[in-house]
Design a protein around this ligand. Structure first.
Ligand code: THU
Length: 131
């Protein structure tokens, strides 16, 4: 992974709206054709209605036209190697193949790498719903 995906996730984290948890998170998605889509978590006073950084990044990715996902970076200000929550794993798996890399970061850069398949083994596949 080149450093720019990490930097995009970190820059997104700086814009997190996390006044309740004080747990800013950033995520960035790179498509195989080189486009980067980033996002931060957004919390609101009705706590369950907030959403994760990965979800924001996915919204930008879909809005930007989608495409094949090659790699994803995730960073949290207060936790090294933060991993996507269960709901975000399912959302990411809707678009990212099992072999897509997920980079776990700390403040300085990437400190761990897993694949989507490792994060969500036996995940629900929606193929049958399209028939
Ligand atoms: N959060 C994310 O944005 N991504 C993750 O991978 C884990 C959790 C957010 C949700 C909430 O705003 C805050 O972190 C604390 O759970």
């Amino acid at each position: 992974m080149s450093h720019d995906l990490f930097l995009a996730a970190k820059a997104a984290m700086k814009n997190a709206h996390a006044p309740y948890s004080k747990f800013p998170v950033g995520a960035a998605i790179r498509t195989t054709d080189g486009r980067i889509f980033s996002g931060c978590n957004v919390e609101i006073a009705s706590y369950p209605e907030g959403w994760c950084a990965e979800t924001t990044a996915l919204g930008h990715y879909v809005t930007g036209g989608g495409g094949e996902i090659a790699e994803i970076a995730v960073i949290a200000e207060r936790m090294a190697k933060v991993t996507p929550c269960g709901g975000c794993r399912q959302r990411l798996a809707e678009f990212a193949p099992a072999e897509a890399k997920v980079y776990l970061c700390d403040d300085a850069g990437v400190v761990g790498t897993v694949t989507m398949g490792e994060l969500l083994p036996y995940g629900f596949k929606g193929g049958i719903l399209k028939k």
